[in-house]
Design a protein around this ligand. Structure first.
Ligand SMILES: [Zn+2]
Length: 121
């Protein structure tokens, strides 16, 4: 127990890295989009631009089972200005209804009641 701690392998005369200068491990200049210490935890409030709506499927509420593709007023509520179908997340429509809705919208498009998404251009 008195012996010095041996470096793993014998007395090979390896020069300790002393002559190679230059490559340090540190890079000068911390760059990156992270300012240390931001405005602090802002919490989760106030991030949304859209104010909350009740997320309840409109069709379930109104008990509309069959979505009529001729009902443009109804469909238009679920079509963005660009003509795209608004995703379920935003509208809160449940999956089965969203399906019917989207197919109804597509039918409506075919008869030119609604615009196609990204038309022209
Ligand atoms: Zn529904």
């Amino acid at each position: 127990m008195a012996e010095e701690t041996r470096t793993s392998s014998g007395p090979a005369g390896e020069a300790p890295a002393s002559s190679s200068e230059g490559h340090g491990g540190h890079r000068p200049g911390p760059r990156g989009p992270r300012p240390a210490g931001g405005p602090g935890g802002a919490g989760r409030e106030g991030g949304r631009k859209y104010f909350r709506r009740k997320k309840v499927c409109k069709f379930c509420v109104e008990k509309i089972e069959n979505i009529n593709y001729k009902d443009v007023r109804l469909l238009a509520q679920f079509v963005a200005e660009s003509g795209k179908i608004v995703p379920r997340r935003l509208t809160g429509v449940c999956t089965p209804h969203q399906r019917r809705l989207s197919s109804a919208i597509k039918q409506a498009r075919n008869i030119a009641l609604l615009p196609f998404a990204g038309r022209a251009m």
